[in-house]
Design a binder for this molecule. Structure first.
Ligand code: PMP
Length: 373
């Protein structure tokens, strides 16, 4: 490719004149952006990405295999994903027009931010929290206001008041349970955020089913509140990339205008529609994981680590006498992979472990005990 055609170098924009080959500059506001990474390593026990420790039931796999054999491959998918929307709506006792579905809740968040953030607008997060909230907001061109969590990672209502009253964010993110810290926001706090905010409030409930309450109960047509959920955790379907949002009808209609047409393929729509027929299995899995979480919390209490309260399928810990990085490496040396958050802002020495099967968790506990001793 010849950049600038026959123009002499002196008449070209600087970036073309300096560029020896075919690289073109990214948007100025994106040049400092770093990608989102979750390193994968081949190990015996993998507890680093908050997936479910077990696959969905065999009956689901069989029903799915049968259903996809009938796909009309030469046709576009149902653009409105009406069957899937209805199935999710039934799950929550809402109308299908209140359901927006996308490729993972990440795409749900992206569509929300494309619709309500963007250049000249502000998005508030309370850090540390799920990194993609601020990451995607910045990609849309919005200004991110980072509020601070308290030292125990809970949200102080005074800080929420400061951020909202000072910056009037167009979008305010809550994450409950919060990734990576695990805490659940109280109904009183969410109500307070709603009362203070003049913009949209997003409650990211990727781990919502593990928690004792859900902001879903606060959704109605008059409140600018949405709750996002995913099939990646409790539904044991991270491979499918499927997520959704429940919100007011008018808001879902706006998202439908922004998202790409036919973004949800037919196979995925089938997977989601069939999955919700196995709600009972999902709830049983959640009960098992919550019980296992409590067992792990109790076991960790006798080790030399601080343990943060969790309402999710993971636990954040902070070793007291060794650095987080040393402990993470020691676990990896024993073929146990957990998430190293120790170099992330505000999370010095912190490590996040996903709840696995009892066998995996026992291997983790044994390895951790060795590393800490
Ligand atoms: N929100 C939170 C808080 C998460 O932790 C995750 C996954 N790590 C997501 C959203 C995205 O989930 P997915 O795109 O797999 O639905």
């Amino acid at each position: 490719m010849v950049l600038g055609g026959n123009l002499p170098n002196s008449e070209l924009p600087t970036w073309v004149a300096l560029s020896p080959v075919t690289r073109v500059p990214v948007r100025d506001d994106l040049s400092a952006l770093e990608g989102y990474h979750s390193p994968q390593v081949d190990v015996r026990v993998r507890l680093n990405t908050n997936e479910a420790p077990v696959a969905p039931p065999q009956a689901f796999r069989e029903a799915y295999a049968e259903a996809i054999s009938d796909i009309e491959w030469h046709r576009y998918p149902d653009r409105a994903a009406s069957g899937l929307r209805s199935a999710i709506a039934d799950l929550h006792g809402v109308s299908p027009e209140m359901v927006f579905v996308a490729n993972g809740s990440n795409e749900v968040l992206q569509t929300v931010l494309l619709t309500f953030a963007g250049p000249g607008r502000t998005v508030a997060t309370f850090e540390p929290t799920y990194q993609l909230h601020s990451h995607i907001a910045r990609i849309t061109g919005a200004t991110v206001i980072e509020g601070e969590r308290s030292t125990d990672f809970s949200l102080d209502v005074n800080e929420v008041r400061r951020v909202i009253n000072e910056f009037h964010p167009h979008v305010t993110f809550l994450c409950s349970p919060n990734n990576p810290t695990g805490g659940v926001d109280s109904p009183e706090l969410v109500a307070e955020v709603l009362a203070l905010s003049t913009g949209l409030v997003v409650v990211d409930e990727a781990y919502g089913q593990f928690a004792p309450w859900s902001a879903l109960e606060l959704i109605n047509e008059e409140t600018p509140l949405v709750v996002t959920r995913t099939f990646s955790k409790t539904w044991s379907m991270a491979a499918a990339r499927l997520g959704y949002l429940i919100g007011p009808r008018w808001l879902v209609a706006e998202l439908d205008k922004v998202v790409l047409p036919y973004h949800l393929d037919t196979a995925k729509q089938i997977a989601g529609t069939l999955a919700v027929q196995f709600q009972g299995d999902m709830e049983e899995r959640v009960r098992t994981i919550v019980a296992e979480r409590e067992r792990l919390v109790n076991a960790l209490a006798s080790l030399d680590v601080d343990v943060f309260e969790s309402g999710a399928n993971f636990i954040l810990v902070r070793p007291r006498s060794k650095s987080g990085r040393t402990v993470w490496q020691g676990l990896l040396d024993r073929s146990v992979l957990i998430r190293d958050c120790s170099s992330w802002p505000r999370l010095a020495d912190c490590l996040r472990v996903t709840i696995g099967t009892p066998e995996q968790d026992d291997i983790f506990l044994k390895a951790l005990t060795e590393v800490l001793s």
